[in-house]
Structures are given as C-alpha cells and as structure tokens.
Design a protein around this ligand. Structure first.
Ligand SMILES: Cc1cc2nc3c(=O)[nH]c(=O)nc-3n(C[C@H](O)[C@H](O)[C@H](O)COP(=O)(O)OP(=O)(O)OC[C@H]3O[C@@H](n4cnc5c(N)ncnc54)[C@H](O)[C@@H]3O)c2cc1C
Length: 335
C-alpha cells in the first residue's frame, strides 16, 4: 500500500466514514481499494443484524444473514487496509479543510467525511413482540412482503401510510387487516374510501397481547373476547433518522428529515457526503451498498482533483523516484 507519509498532518485521515453498516462498509471497500487512508467509526447498531435471512441481495441465491453480510463486508474492507474504530461520534465541527470529530472514546480528524449513520425503525407500542422482530414482525414490504405470501397479515398503524401498506400487501396476500392499536384513524377521506372499497377490516381497540411461539406470531388479542389469528405484523410507526451530526455541520435535510444529497452523494456542506438510509434513498441493503460505492468514488475523485490543484500528486512520484536506483528506461529514452 502507498504510504501517506506526506499528508499535512499524519493525524488527519483522508477519509472517515461514520457508520459501519451496509453503506459505510461498501464505501470503505471502494476507498480501501482506491488506496485512500480510510477509517470507519461504528457504534455497532446496524439494522442489518435484524434480518436473519436476506433474500433480495444480489449474489446470495440461498440468502445470507444480515450479520454475516456485515461480517464479510468488514473482512473485505480490512483486507484493503481500511482501519476500524468502535466508537460513537457525538460532536463534530469543521475548519476550512478538516473535519474534527469527538467520540465517546476518542477524537478523529479527516479531509473528507461520509455519514452512513442509517435510521431506526420505531417498533410498535405492543407489549412483548420485540423477539419477533425480523422473524414475524417486519417494517418493510419490499424486504419481507414476498415471504408472507398467502399468510394472515396485520398492518399496525392509523395513518395514510398504514392504509397504503395494507393495500400494497394485497399483492402478496388476500388476508390483510389494519390494527390501529387504540389510536383514532388519521387517514384521509380518500384512504377511508379505499378501505371500504377493498373491505379491509379495521380493528381500532388497543392490542392487549400478542400470542407467539418460537418467534412466530399466532394471534392478536384486543380484549377478553376478541382474538384475531395472525401470522405476521407489519408496522408503520415511522423512522428516526440519525442526522444529528449532519445538523451540527449545517447540512440541509429534506421535509422528511433525511440528509439532502446530489447524484454524487454530496451533501450541501463542502467535503461532506452521505449514503444509505439516512438519505432519501429507498432503505434497502443493495441500494445502501450502491450508494456507499458511489459516494466513495466521488470522494476519491474529489481528493484526486484536490491533489491536481495543489500539485501534491508529486508526493507519490517522489516516493517512487527515491526508491528507484535508475531512471526508468522510457524516461531516459525521451530525454
Ligand atoms: C427487521 C429488518 C429487516 C430488514 N430486512 C432487509 C432485507 O431483507 N433486505 C434489505 O435489503 N434490507 C433489509 N432491511 C433494511 C436494511 O437493514 C437497511 O437497508 C441497511 O442496513 C441500511 O444500511 P445503512 O448503512 O444505511 O444503515 P445501517 O446498516 O443501519 O448502519 C448504520 C451504522 O451507523 C452506525 N452509527 C450511527 N450513528 C453513529 C455515530 N454517531 N457514531 C458511530 N456510528 C454510528 C450504527 O451503529 C450502524 O452500525 C431490514 C431492516 C430491518 C430493521
């Protein structure tokens, strides 16, 4: 690997990636292979670990667990000399050329920064279902609709999203209900008409209990008398976007709270990039991986252009010439 002996300050990394989930690891692999001095800082809460069998990621015809996908990604990035730090970044600032990061365990500096901090899907406020997460309770029909075909599905929610989820689920199963879990419906008149048109049952009482065995949901209990047999729950409570660091740097967010990026995954702050579910991308692993790769390529190009402007590519030439005993043949012929 090329030694970055002549960076202005050896403590300043060329690139730091905050977030070692799917987007961050994909970026790290590209950056490592581009010979960029790269550090991934991760607090270890990738959503990918919640998926026992990822079935929609290219190249794994029998599926792969989210945990294995992450572990393979880390190994792949480490093979390309990417460094890792287990830490959670809490504070961030920037000077004209350097980002300064304060974590729970250490401080870090870099020339370019990629935020791949992801989101958190809010779980439903139903007692005793957390162990069913990823097995029979899901957040995303694109990820899991296929595996619930012909099953009995409850959509938990009381807004337009919940109605559209229920309608979208009709592609997979004719047996769909909506459970508002005690909330008054907040869906529009148009959405109410769709519910009526497709005769989707709506349960407005609070869910008192979820019967489940071996992480498989069996039924929802709404009261002493009312019990509905169900195989799967999808919940639409919403997401928390991990954008605190972006906000500290003044990056613009969109109306849903995601970090605004352009096609090269540049944010509105110079030298700051974002990739994965924290951006307006559809929150899928393969899209997060693609965005990470695209961001890494843009960062690599950006650093290259900076080197051209500052004439600092000579540092690589100087290293080579210092190591060569003779001038290369092609050069000696041309002089
Ligand atoms: C139950 C469940 C099932 C799913 N199933 C599928 C599926 O089958 N197929 C599919 O395509 N997608 C699936 N997904 C979605 C998938 O997990 C996401 O698309 C993917 O993980 C997004 O990658 P990311 O890199 O944007 O975020 P993540 O993978 O969540 O990674 C973000 C990382 O950033 C770290 N981080 C955040 N803030 C900081 C900080 N301040 N300092 C340091 N580190 C920080 C976190 O610890 C985390 O490791 C599923 C999600 C869930 C919840």
């Amino acid at each position: 690997m090329i030694q970055h002996k002549d960076l202005d300050d050896p403590q300043v990394r060329e690139v730091i990636v905050i977030g070692g989930g799917i987007a961050g690891l994909s970026a790290a692999i590209y950056l490592g292979r581009a010979q960029r001095d790269t550090l991934v800082i991760d607090s270890g809460h990738s959503m990918a670990v919640w998926e026992p069998v990822v079935e929609n990621y290219l190249g794994f015809s029998k599926g792969i667990s989210g945990e294995n996908l992450l572990s393979e990604g880390r190994t792949q990035a480490a093979r390309h000399n990417v460094r890792f730090a287990e830490d959670e970044i809490e504070a961030i600032s920037s000077t004209a050329s350097v980002f300064e990061l304060g974590g729970k365990k250490g401080t870090y500096r870099s020339k370019r920064l990629l935020l791949a901090t992801g989101i958190f899907h809010l779980p439903p406020e139903i007692p005793g279902v957390s162990e069913c997460l990823g097995h029979s309770m899901f957040f995303c029909k694109d990820c899991d609709g296929f595996r619930v075909r012909e099953k009995r599905i409850a959509i938990c929610g009381a807004n337009n999203d919940a109605v559209e989820y229920a309608l979208g689920m009709l592609h997979y199963s004719p047996c769909v209900i909506i459970a508002t879990n005690g909330e008054a419906p907040r869906w529009s008149e148009g959405h109410a008409q769709w519910i009526a048109e497709y005769e989707i049952p709506v349960y407005k009482a609070r869910i008192l209990d979820v019967e489940h065995r071996d992480r498989r949901i069996l039924s929802l209990r709404f009261g002493a008398e009312e019990c509905v047999k169900i195989d799967y729950i999808f919940t639409t409570r919403g997401d928390v976007f991990h954008t605190d660091l972006a906000k500290q740097l003044g990056a613009e967010l969109d109306e849903e709270g995601q970090i605004k990026v352009d096609q090269c995954l540049r944010t509105t702050v110079p030298r700051l990039y974002a990739a994965g579910c924290v951006t307006p991308a559809n929150c899928q692993m393969i899209i997060a991986a693609g965005q990470g790769a695209a961001a890494a390529q843009a960062i690599n190009r950006d650093l290259f252009e900076e080197d051209l402007q500052s004439h600092s590519l000579r540092r690589f030439r100087a290293v080579q010439l210092a190591e060569e005993e003779t001038v290369p043949e092609t050069l000696s012929q041309s002089v």
